[in-house]
Design a protein around this ligand. Structure first.
Ligand SMILES: Cc1cc2nc3c(=O)[nH]c(=O)nc-3n(C[C@H](O)[C@H](O)[C@H](O)COP(=O)(O)OP(=O)(O)OC[C@H]3O[C@@H](n4cnc5c(N)ncnc54)[C@H](O)[C@@H]3O)c2cc1C
Length: 505
């Protein structure tokens, strides 16, 4: 007899989606979260009346039933909804030689490029048409219909034969990188740099490191669905998933750090918590990163040595410097919510400190700060190595946050006079509060190196979900990994029932 049927380790969006879907399918599920707040990278936190998103602030399709966003489809399955505020333009990309207004509406996006480079805009529209072909092909198959075992293809052939047929002509394009597609139709350096930036913001890698369907999904959702911000911030998404989990009988335990996944004779037996309590279960699903799972949660002897070595040697994207500010909002009436600032023309956009992301969600949701103030989050890549909690830590923290200040000052020149609250986070902070190996953003797997590891592991009953599994980094992607894992654990007939209930079959 087991204590529960499934233990999920970690309440990131990947873990929450898996746990809540499995609860919905009727499993007894226990979700163990180490932190006091659920949500992992997507958790929200408050300081002195200012509410901040720890990570994601760019979402799409959250309230659009026709959206391809896997998270949106999971909310339907759970019968949960969130309130959002749609907005356009999405933001502004500030290069040293000019600013581009980025709109969801693809015609307005192209027009903004045309104001800088008319030839470049024509080239961009050729690339955009290719990406649209991929998106239209993808639209036929709901992410909720995906599973990752031998039943996957027969299931799709049985239920979506015509849509699958429509997918075939786009298969060639889908296996290409954005860089390869870009080479065929874009020469203009301005446009190339913009596409590289779009890819970098999404996958952490530039166009050659990013597969075309990822960017096709992003452009497609922007143009054909809605870009919206959840009222209450990213925490509102987490809350909806937690409500869904509980409503369908699942349990969430916070401050519950899993110390070991228990394995006997190649089969999972359960988990041991910090403090010694053990929970037995025939299925354990880890939402911790691949490195955290294989280095800390399993013993080396639990995995075949070559498999373990291959997975542990996956390259990791750097961590982050964060700047969280509460600022006076008077006189900032035209402020928009998202900005990306590239500081140095001569340095690559991937160089730590050079590309800074800025999110000011109080532009859309004023309840996230006291009246008369904005909550602002800026972040940039920063390597974890060399960061130590030593005597020099505070000085380095100030020094390394300077690029973030420079970036925000491009948008709000008198920033320093407006500050009411300031908090600087380093890779040490990121690793500690998000429980992530070296505070990494996720794996850096360029397509030439192969595809992401899947949900499957060599240990019977052990699965993995989240941003170090297929399809990769980002809220929609980790939700997709959670869906695929939950679906793989049920029969195709249960999946069909679920799809019928939400009108996707
Ligand atoms: C600064 C930043 C900005 C971002 N912006 C966007 C954006 O705008 N749009 C977008 O789509 N994506 C964005 N992303 C990416 C996106 O947030 C992540 O890819 C995604 O949220 C990761 O989810 P996950 O489920 O893989 O894991 P995580 O969010 O890492 O969650 C894993 C969870 O497991 C828990 N855990 C780990 N080990 C244990 C253990 N031993 N016991 C118990 N619990 C454990 C952790 O505490 C954590 O809660 C951003 C990320 C960052 C960092």
């Amino acid at each position: 007899m087991s204590d529960v049927e499934v233990v999920v380790i970690g309440s990131g969006i990947g873990g929450l989606v898996t746990a809540s879907m499995l609860a919905r399918y009727g499993f007894s599920v226990l979700l163990c979260e180490s932190h006091t707040i659920p949500g992992g990278s997507a958790h929200g936190f408050s300081r002195q009346g200012f509410h901040f998103d720890a990570g994601p602030s760019f979402f799409c399709g959250l309230t659009d039933p026709s959206s391809l966003n896997p998270l949106r489809q999971v909310l339907s399955v759970l019968d949960e909804a969130i309130e959002t505020i749609p907005y356009d333009p999405l933001g502004h990309y500030h290069f040293p030689d000019g600013t581009l207004e980025v709109c969801s509406d693809i015609d307005r996006y192209r027009q903004a490029i045309a104001e800088i480079t008319p030839d470049g805009a024509r080239e961009f529209s050729r690339l955009e048409r290719r990406l649209a072909t991929i998106y239209e092909a993808l639209r036929g198959i709901p992410p909720l219909a995906l599973r990752l075992d031998w039943e996957a293809i027969p299931f799709l052939v049985r239920h979506y034969p015509f849509r699958l047929f429509k997918l075939l002509p786009a298969m060639g394009l889908m296996q290409r990188t954005v860089g390869e597609l870009m080479d065929e139709c874009v020469r203009n350096p301005w446009v190339k740099r913009t596409i590289d930036l779009e890819c970098f913001l999404l996958s952490g890698l530039k166009a050659y490191g990013t597969i075309a369907p990822e960017v096709a999904f992003m452009f497609g959702e922007r143009a054909r669905s809605t870009v919206d911000y959840p009222l209450g911030g990213s925490a509102a998404i987490v809350d909806a998933l937690v409500r869904g989990l509980k409503k369908w009988g699942g349990e969430l335990r916070l401050k519950t750090h899993v110390e070991k996944i228990l394995v006997e004779s190649g089969e999972v037996r359960g988990v041991r918590l910090r403090g010694g309590e053990t929970i037995s279960a025939p299925v354990v699903i880890s939402n911790a990163t691949v490195w955290d799972t294989y280095l800390k949660l399993l013993d080396a002897a639990d995995l075949p040595p070559t498999y373990r070595q291959e997975n542990l040697s996956l390259p990791a994207i750097d961590s982050f410097m964060h700047l969280n500010l509460g600022i006076r909002s008077d006189g900032l009436d035209g402020l928009t919510g998202h900005h990306v600032v590239v500081l140095d023309e001569l340095a690559d956009i991937t160089v730590p400190g050079n590309t800074c992301m800025i999110s000011i969600p109080t532009v859309w949701d004023k309840t996230l700060a006291p009246e008369g103030y904005h909550a602002l989050h800026a972040y940039t890549l920063e390597p974890y190595r060399d960061w130590k909690l030593d005597a020099d830590y505070e000085r380095r923290k100030q020094e390394r946050s300077r690029s973030l200040y420079r970036a925000v000052e491009k948008i709000i020149p008198d920033l320093r006079d407006r500050i009411e609250f300031e908090m600087i986070g380093t890779p040490v902070t990121h690793a500690r509060f998000l429980r992530r190996y070296q505070g990494t953003y996720g794996p850096a797997i360029p397509p030439i190196r192969g595809i992401y590891p899947t949900i499957h592991t060599p240990v019977k009953g052990l699965y993995r979900v989240g941003d170090s599994t297929l399809p990769g980094i980002g809220v929609p992607a980790v939700a997709a990994s959670g869906i695929m894992c939950a679906n793989t654990l049920v029969s195709p007939s249960k999946m069909s029932e679920m799809l019928q209930e939400v009108g996707l079959l």
